[in-house]
Design a protein around this ligand. Sequence first.
Ligand code: GDP
Length: 474
Amino acid sequence: PVQGVPPTNLTAEQLLDGLLTPEFGSRSCQSRYEFASYHHNKRKHKPSLYLLAKLRRHEALQKRCGPGTAPYRAAIRQLKSSNGAAGAGTEDCRYLVSISYRGLGNRMLATASAFLHAVLTERALLVHQYSHDVGALFCEPFPGTTWLLPSSGWLGGGFPLAHLGSYGNGSKESLGNMLKADVLSVGPHGNASWSDSDGRRRPPYVYLHLEGGLDFHDKLFYCDEHQRLLRGAPWLLMKTDSYLVPGLFLLPSFQEELARMFPDKEAAFHHIGWYVFHPVNDVWRAVTGYYGDHLAGAGQRIGIQIRVFRSKQKPLKHVLDQVLSCVRREKLLHLPETTSSSSSNTSNTPADHQAVLVTSLSSWYYERVRDEYGGGRVHQPSHEGQQKWGDTSHDRRALSEMYLLSTCDVLVTTGFSTFGYVAQGLGGIRPWIMPAIRSWEPDRDDRMRCRTHRACEPCPSSPASTRRPTMTAR
Ligand code: GDP
């Protein structure tokens, strides 16, 4: 990738207090060094020095092992030779291929999880471009190399395994299935090794099935013994649509390291997201253009994200009522004629200085909020109608809206949405979240009240995917 000339005059704010390396050119990816200015004065979470040191080391590893290097070519040869023990470790480069899927929010949380696992286990991270174009959405996160998994035809060492998207719980290369078939095993005292001193051939890669429906043996990923075993594998393929970071925090062998990297563990995604994800220039121009036209002049920005999990995006009045009840009750939005109130949640920003950003697949919610709160200050960047798969321009709009939401001072979300989690995590915002009750009743019922989320950290999308197995179960 073209890195351009490194800018010399970057400020600590632009470099996010050292989270970002100054090694990139600023033109090739404007969002990288500009995003901070949209969070000016409200950035609460500073990265630890330990995290910064880990990131610099990881960047060196990505550069040393990335596509096009001799270690990468050697590792590809090893993968083709189908014997993971042959020559393993000679180049000291091991790889984690992230296979993410579903909507963009899911994919970003999955990629962030793979990144953290790669850093913790000193592997180069490569992302599979399954049915969507990572390169059309995000800039390269690591200087002097690429994180895109080369396609099979690539001359510098194309990736030989095909159809990565179709790996599943039935794949014989999965950790769970290889443990069941005794291709891999952990000794009686928890000792595990990848070497072939016992004469057994080790596979060159292990597929980690970490999506919903993972079974007992797949979940052994969350055990220290199995992490030790996996350390020897030259290649790991990790497939998930979920946020696995809370699960990594449960592993005793990672805990000390993670505590030093993220003293405030509730801000892990905030730092990872700011490090890894940088929208490409034209997505970034859409973000900054919209922000400049609609949000910049406001004293306070309120983001409302409405995500309804239905295939047909028919407007649901009870969802709207719930959102309106939340903003009224918590006095988040002022009606044009009102000014201030005694509630502690209330901002003293007058109504005409509040800008409201509504994001949703449907325009109906936006129109109702606009009708109630006054037209000029309520905005919706797009209403796509429905979620679309494999559509890069659709994904680009979604990405720009996540970034716009993250610039807000207050966030109200309908919950359970990874789209919303990414926005809250990037923004470092504790959102107001709607209760997870399907049949809504009038707000007499206290259970219907929206609540502030306890952190800006995303929830794991599937709690089962991060629950460690009980070792006594078998
Ligand atoms: P989740 O399904 O809510 O967890 O979030 P995902 O991001 O994984 O998948 C939802 C997808 O639907 C997004 O990635 C977008 O493609 C689309 N989508 C949902 N809500 C919105 C929205 O408010 N604006 C835009 N532009 N797209 C949306």
